[in-house]
Design a protein around this ligand. Sequence first.
Ligand SMILES: *Cc1c(COP(=O)(O)O)cnc(C)c1O
Length: 397
Amino acid sequence: MTSLSDFLQARLSERRAQQLYRSHKTLAAAPGPVALVDGCELITFSSNDYLGLATRPEVIAAQQRGAALGAGATASHLVNGHFEIHQQLQHKIAEVTGREAALLFGSGYMANVGIINALVGRGDVVVQDKLNHASLIDGGLISGAQLLRFAHSDVAALERQLRRARAAGDGKILLAVDGVYSMDGDIAPLAEMAALCGKYDAWLMVDEAHGFGVTGSKCCPCAGSAAAAGLDQDSAPIVMGTLGKAAGNGGAFVAGSQALIDYLTQFARTYIYTTGMPPAVAAGCLRALELMQQEPLRQTLDQRIDYFRRRAAVLQLPLQQSTSAIQPLVLGCEQSVLAVAEQLRNSGYLVGAIRPPTVPAGTARLRITLSAAHSEAQIEGLLRALVSALRSVEVTA
Ligand SMILES: *Cc1c(COP(=O)(O)O)cnc(C)c1O
């Protein structure tokens, strides 16, 4: 017999010994490019607020006005928790994503679990990229559908799994992928994937957590990576996006045909059995989406990404292929990642030190994220601090 406290202590000690123990940083407020972290002022390159909307006075003011509608929704959306402001936000999301309709969820995690479980179950197959976000993987596991995974963004490996899934019976096949990978910043080959879905009668679901707001097509510049790949509602029928990243607020959505939205309203359990989005959050999201449409924030972000990559190349930093706001520096070993992050912090910069199990073993990394709110001088400062941190860690390692 193991007591609860013995069990907890054993697992925690094991985590510490592996350099995988995680602890909170405590911020005084949402980070703009500068944040007060545990009492120290740091320039942050770790948030997902790619457009700087979380700290925009217009968005905060909209949230405050939204709070006048009630501090909470007081019930689930299908009971009495669905307000006009939610309806307006859903219409705005449909417009921004170029889809017929949209449905709000409490978070991206809940959206992914709810969508997958409403669409597939026992006797069906979910095909997933090996590097998919945990919420897609968990959604697949909970559904009871057979889970088939394929090597990251490998279209030939994907086709082998789709063929296998088709051979397994005439159940439904759902292909779920991240559009932009959260820890690598690379973009899925969505056009090829959509073509394979057509060939094997599979349904494509794209998680736009890191694509919504920051990439898109000519007509829908903020719709996300599916739009950027030229995919419309027929070729990418299920688009999920979050409102806590580029939109700067919180919550999530699915966008697609009116029939898809009607169906998920009836059958997505994480939509039905939970309290509606607080009206203040819906109001903040609505204002953020308007700013996304009205201002060239995406272009500013693209300039910052370009500046970062050009300067990093000059400084000979080992960058990945990513052209998105997520710019990882893979160091491999957990200890080096922690040491470099610590040194950067001492120089006044906050970056994510990402270790397994968030990323595969042996690929621990610094996850640097850029925002339209960063100045070139702040980026230059980070790069210089990085060069000297990498040098000094190598010396002492
Ligand atoms: C952050 C994230 C989610 C979860 O969204 P939340 O709203 O934070 O729950 C889902 N998928 C991906 C790819 C993400 O990066």
